[in-house]
Design a protein around this ligand. Structure first.
Ligand code: AHR
Length: 515
């Protein structure tokens, strides 16, 4: 095997890369060695009152493409293909000046407000009941994020009562009056969004945030002790530690957000290594805060305190750099990022990261689901799917619940920011007697072979190959040409157990299904 280090001293850089790129990647899979369990919640989505995500996206009253309640039927069908187990709402930055009571009751009486997050007018015609009804239709768990920018802790507790209350009390009765006799039992509640950021309405220091979030958490749990809480994390270990030292006993998750991207093909693909760094740091903060809390008296709060380890909710992630028009008042269609095939490769690699981190990252939410930095794009007349849609759909539908050990040795490229990065990114899951070998070939213009050796289980020769590729890494779909990049599948009879070789097309995502 040609290794990077042994060649470095003797061969000049350009020919080194050429030599490496032609090498065969060796992949040793231990089908019996489970290294992580994947929570399906990693395939979650996020919708925000921003641009055309909600209005003109999932909801368009009066459109011939919408049903009587205003939900776009074509979009709903596409969302069902993504099959998200959890849907986060209403923001994002939007939530930090959102008052949920504006969005309930008769639609024509709801106030129109200036949205200070995105410099736009919010009609409030889509609110709590419209959102929870949407979750019911697509079979997703709702995940509500509270306003800890300009909102109060009482307002947050009232929201829990409106959604989940069962007694004869004002907000539970208001829900009944609005036509919803049964409680919704909303389980997931976020304690504010990106409160560390100056761009956020009511942004705060870690100490100030932790104090108010703890008080909100108490009141919300007093209303419904069964809810699960997500603390607002940051890409800053100091913030995370301060927040967790205070909130540790009451929250279930720490949130992480990540956006990346540039026109540099390889640097963008390499950025997933940065995500692993972020995760190590978030995990380290959880570890550190938990250790500091050990042995300390637990707050006397009259609801069951968390006993499990704090998990990570990666509740915003995506490529986002082309459309930074969120606060441009003249733009209605904000953040409508056009995605290409390279971005689909990045998306698949992110899913690999979440799979490998399955024991710690137990929820993730792509930002966002429709029109706004999204895999699903609409116009008043129709819709199309961006390349990033396909890895999300494929992995959600086909991957197993357990990640098994796979060791890879093969050619790498040098990223300026992240150092050496494998051309082939491999992640293997199993489930239901099937092994799913996910492979992203990051090479921009070369097909690359890999030699697989599988230990611990016997597989038949016949299986299936799913692949996402297209003529160029820049290939993308549009309303006029919706199928430049799609998902293809075919039967394949040449797998061999315990070993076989397979060649992966340049700039592609492939899932090999072995039974
Ligand atoms: O997803 C777009 C925005 O990115 C969200 O509103 C915010 O939370 C993040 O800064």
């Amino acid at each position: 095997m040609i290794t990077r280090r042994s060649l470095l001293s003797t061969i000049p850089a350009a020919s080194l890369l050429r030599a490496q790129a032609s090498a065969v990647t060796q992949v040793k899979i231990d089908a019996d060695r489970v290294i992580a369990r994947v929570n399906p919640m990693i395939f979650g989505q996020f919708i925000e009152h921003l641009g055309r995500c909600i209005y003109g996206g999932i909801y368009e009253e009066g459109s011939p493409l919408a049903d009587a309640q205003g939900y776009r039927k074509d979009v709903e069908a596409a969302v069902k293909r993504l099959n998200p187990p959890v849907l986060r709402w209403p923001g994002g930055n939007f939530v930090s000046s959102y008052h949920w009571e504006d969005g309930i009751g008769p639609k024509d009486q709801r106030p129109r407000r200036f949205d200070t997050a995105w410099f736009a007018v919010e009609s409030n015609r889509f609110g709590t009941n419209e959102f929870l009804e949407y979750c019911r239709r697509i079979h997703a768990e709702p995940y509500l994020c509270i306003n800890l920018g300009t909102g109060t802790i009482e307002e947050a507790a009232n929201w829990v009562e409106y959604c989940n209350g069962v007694e004869d009390t004002h907000y539970a009765n208001l829900r009944r009056k609005h036509g919803h006799a049964e409680p919704y039992n909303v389980k997931y509640w976020g304690l504010g969004n990106e409160i560390y950021g100056m761009w956020q309405a009511g942004h705060k220091s870690a100490e100030d945030y932790a104090k108010v979030a703890l008080e909100a958490a108490k009141m919300m749990k007093w209303v419904d002790p069964s809810i699960h809480l997500i603390a607002c994390g940051a890409g800053d270990p100091q913030w995370n530690t301060t927040v967790l030292e205070m909130l540790g006993p009451v929250v279930d998750y720490l949130s992480v957000h990540f956006y990346t991207g540039s026109d540099d093909y390889y640097e963008t693909l390499a950025s997933v290594k940065n995500v692993e760094r972020l995760l190590r740091e978030a995990d380290g903060a959880i570890e550190f805060a938990t250790a500091k809390l050990r042995g300390k008296p637990r707050p006397p709060v009259e609801f069951p305190l968390r006993t499990k380890r704090i998990e990570i909710a990666f509740d915003e992630w995506n490529v986002w750099y082309r459309r930074r028009d969120g606060r441009d008042r003249s733009v209605k269609a904000k953040l409508e990022e056009p995605y290409n095939l390279r971005d689909a490769l990045w998306t698949a690699s992110m899913l690999h990261v979440f799979q490998r981190w399955g024991d710690k990252v137990t929820m993730a939410n792509l930002a966002q689901m429709v029109n706004v930095i999204a895999p699903i794009m609409t116009s008043p007349q129709g819709m199309y799917l961006q390349p990033t849609f396909f890895p999300l759909e494929l992995y959600r539908a086909r991957c197993g619940a357990e990640v098994v050990s796979s060791a890879c040795t093969g050619p790498v490229f040098e990223s300026k920011a992240m150092g050496p990065v494998d051309y082939l990114d491999v992640c293997v899951t199993r489930g239901g007697g099937t092994l799913m070998v996910g492979v992203v070939n990051r090479h921009q213009d070369r097909a690359l072979p890999a030699r697989f050796e599988i230990n611990g289980a016997k597989f038949g020769r016949a299986g299936k190959v799913y692949s996402i590729h297209g003529p160029s890494p820049d290939s993308r779909n549009t309303l006029e040409r919706p199928s430049e990049v799609t998902l293809a599948s075919r039967a394949y009879a040449e797998f061999g157990s315990p070993a076989f070789t397979f060649e992966f097309p340049a700039h592609s995502v492939t899932l090999l299904e072995l039974s």
